[in-house]
Design a protein around this ligand. Structure first.
Ligand code: SF4
Length: 710
């Protein structure tokens, strides 16, 4: 066999690095960073470099469809026809008996845009339920909601080049050194070249990112809004806001100004548990720098007030006109490789295709027209977002759930609830590449899917750039592309429910799906009418919007000060500080913080297969400040039980001053493969943000005790 090189994209984080996959026949033999890809220019992090090892073996892969007829039976191998007919019959039967909202889909930011598109059309267009949500709900929904409320449309206004052009970088709730390593390397290089560049890191923990900051604001968990309001108070007081810009391009500033009058730097700093002088320094650097860029991630988003945290940060940018110009703007870093693509196709319970709104009758009519179906079938009622969806499964309102490319038995909060939900459902379909996730044991039907290196389509990274994903090798066993599985099942469900109608799912390949999706974006803020697979092949990855006739995508949005709102003005939002949803108490005295490790990804179904990726952090642990450990007579390495009101688990103790006294930290990756429980989300809190419905995965009140092992 001759060696071949295939251009593709890394399947892990939202940086979206281009890769060159080296293969020999049906074996992936190596990987290089793609020097021509504008996200990474040839760089890769350890996760990306080790991708070939994740594809090296069929061990642990889902290889064949498997079905069980009763809950206590073992799943048995079946052929694809039997598997797909079963999905169609079971879903159609439940829909006939209980209505369309008795079924649900829980999908993933790991899916390619084409996969996502078909699932969304299947749920909303064919079945007529908006009960399709995604693990992006756990990731970016607060950022989405805030962008829409403040700027009028989803999506960051910035681009990666802004990292190199910023004079002041404010990291908020982002350990970028671990979660977006290649972008962090770009920033490091920029700072080395321009030492005057200021880095402010807002994080309760002294992460590797914080350790490199010029100013680390180690705030108390959940106090971000107080910090941003205090910074704005100082900016107003010192005349560092841009009155002309505020007057010409925004509204709502008067109300915000009234609110932040109370947030004196002294008062805000006390709430945050930091020095007043440090808060003032942060405000001065942000306000006086020619260009200020904010990079933010789960520390803001995964909160019961995540939308407010995002809005309070955007307020700073609007008040100082630090938006719509090189090196400036609010820049949410997407966690997953295609969280953006999922938003573009409207693959969430609260959205319609191409950034349209479910509640907007005109938008529903446009989508129904494009899909060639009666508009009445598109429900005007938002579906159930992730946490509420699993509550409804547990309560019996949703009878069947189809889970694709994600692992809710590990990643949702309050895992005891999730386990009860999956056990209570009448019918659980799990579509997965890996057979070893914590969710697979609940599957009545397991549908084997292709994964990185085997599948083709597109993804959109954090700077709105669409890249091709290409297959380098054939899939093992009988694994099939996710879009194919969804479309084949959809045709069968359609035949059950609407035997008279012609197929809404005629696709033979992902190109046809992409073209249909691109057609739906015409005239929208994310218009990619000028984009096609042929153009991506010829010109490489492209940013949206890229309408018909455009020679290139748009690097920065709102450069003319005209926003995507109805009146073209950005909206300030007066955001009072609210504390974390579950305060600490005498019984649960510690703040539990969660986060990521440098070399692991999500529930480790891929990275957990690579021994080299355990050299940085070989085992799970609970990090505790030395003073707290000493007070409790606990020593590094001994087993402790960390427990919230919902449940807990046993972990080895790590004594570290990276966490403040009063807080403990655990990584979110370790799961049932490695632990005696589903992981740290056994203890986490299912309380969600009232606007974005994103759960507060970053904080819960816990107690920590020496583990008593029987
Ligand atoms: Fe992959 Fe993200 Fe690493 Fe790039 S930075 S190689 S996209 S994990």
């Amino acid at each position: 066999m001759s060696k071949t090189v295939t251009k593709s994209t890394c399947c892990y984080c939202g940086v979206g690095c281009g890769v060159l996959i080296e293969s020999d026949g049906d074996r992936i033999t190596g990987i290089q960073g793609d020097p021509s890809h504008p996200a990474n220019f040839g760089r890769l992090c350890t996760k990306g470099m080790n991708l070939p090892a994740t594809a090296a073996s069929t061990t642990g892969r889902a290889l064949y469809p498997e079905l069980r007829l009763t809950r206590d039976a073992e799943r048995q191998r079946v052929d694809w026809d039997a598997a797909l007919d079963t999905v169609a019959e079971r879903f159609a039967d439940i829909i006939r008996r209980h209505g369309p909202d008795a079924v649900a889909f829980y999908v993933s930011g790991q899916l390619l845009t084409e996969d996502y598109y078909v699932f969304n059309k299947l749920a909303k267009g064919l079945i007529g339920t908006n009960n399709i949500d995604t693990n992006s709900r756990l990731c970016m929904s607060s950022a989405v909601t805030a962008y829409k409320q403040a700027l009028g449309a989803d999506g960051p206004p910035t681009c990666y080049e802004d990292l190199e052009l910023a004079d002041c970088v404010l990291f908020a709730g982002s350990n970028m050194a671990y979660a977006h390593p290649v972008l962090f390397r770009r920033l490091e290089a920029a700072k080395a070249a321009r030492p005057d560049m200021k880095w402010i890191v807002v994080d309760p923990r002294r992460t590797d990112t914080a350790a490199m900051a010029d100013l680390h604001l180690a705030i108390q968990p959940g106090t971000d809004v107080a910090l941003f309001n205090g910074m704005l108070h100082h900016l107003i007081w010192e005349g560092l806001i841009d009155d002309d810009y505020i007057g010409a391009h925004t509204d709502g500033f008067t109300e915000l100004k009234t609110l932040v009058r109370d947030y004196t730097p002294k008062m805000a700093a006390e709430l945050c548990g930091i020095l007043e002088a440090d808060l003032i320094t942060a405000a001065e650097w942000f306000g006086r720098s020619p260009s200020s860029l904010s990079l933010y991630c789960m520390g803001l988003n995964q909160s019961s007030h995540g939308t407010d945290k995002n809005l309070a940060l955007i307020n700073l940018h609007l008040a100082t006109a630090q938006i719509g110009k090189p090196g400036a703007g609010p820049f949410s870093l997407t966690g997953q490789p295609n969280a953006m693509g999922g938003r573009e196709v409207g693959g969430m319970a609260t959205m319609l295709a191409a950034h349209r709104d479910i509640g907007n009758a005109e938008h529903r009519a446009e989508v129904a027209d494009a899909w060639g179906m009666p508009v009445e079938r598109l429900s005007a009622e938002p579906g159930l977002p992730a946490v509420a969806m699993f509550d409804a499964i547990r309560g019996g309102r949703i009878k069947a759930v189809w889970i694709a490319c994600t692992n809710p038995a590990h990643s949702l909060p309050d895992l005891g609830n999730v386990a009860e939900a999956l056990a209570a459902a009448e019918f659980v379909v799990v579509q997965e590449a890996f057979a070893n996730t914590d969710t697979v044991p609940y599957a009545d039907l397991l549908l084997p899917a292709t994964t990185w290196g085997e599948k083709s389509g597109t993804v959109t990274n954090s700077e709105r750039r669409i890249s091709r994903v290409r297959a380098a090798v054939a899939a093992p066993g009988e694994a099939k592309p996710d879009w194919w599985i969804a479309a084949e099942a959809a045709r069968r469900i359609e035949a059950e429910l609407y035997p008279e109608s012609s197929s809404l799912f005629p696709y033979q390949n992902p190109i046809e799906i992409f073209d249909e999706h691109a057609g739906l974006t015409t005239g929208r803020d994310l218009d990619i009418g000028g984009l096609s697979y042929a153009r991506l092949e010829a010109d490489g990855p492209q940013q949206w919007p890229l309408p018909v006739g455009a020679t290139t995508g748009l690097a920065r949005r709102y450069t003319d000060g005209v926003f995507a709102t109805a009146d073209g003005r950005a909206h300030f939002h007066a955001t009072p500080y609210k504390p974390v949803a579950e305060p600490t108490s005498a019984r649960y005295p510690f703040h539990l913080l969660t986060g990521r490790l440098r070399d692991q990804w999500h529930g480790m179904s891929r990275t957990g297969r690579v021994p080299q990726l355990f050299s940085h952090t070989p085992e799970p642990s609970l990090a505790m400040h030395p003073n707290d450990a000493e007070r409790r007579g606990l020593k590094a390495g001994e087993l402790v039980r960390v427990e919230s009101k919902r449940g807990g688990l046993v972990l080895p103790l790590a004594v570290s001053d990276e966490v403040q006294s009063g807080s403990v930290f655990a990584a979110m990756h370790w799961n049932g493969q490695f632990l005696n429980s589903g992981g740290i989300n056994t203890a986490s809190l299912p309380k969600v943000d009232g606007k974005s419905f994103q759960p507060e995965l970053k904080h819960a009140a816990v107690r920590v005790e020496r583990a008593l092992l029987s």
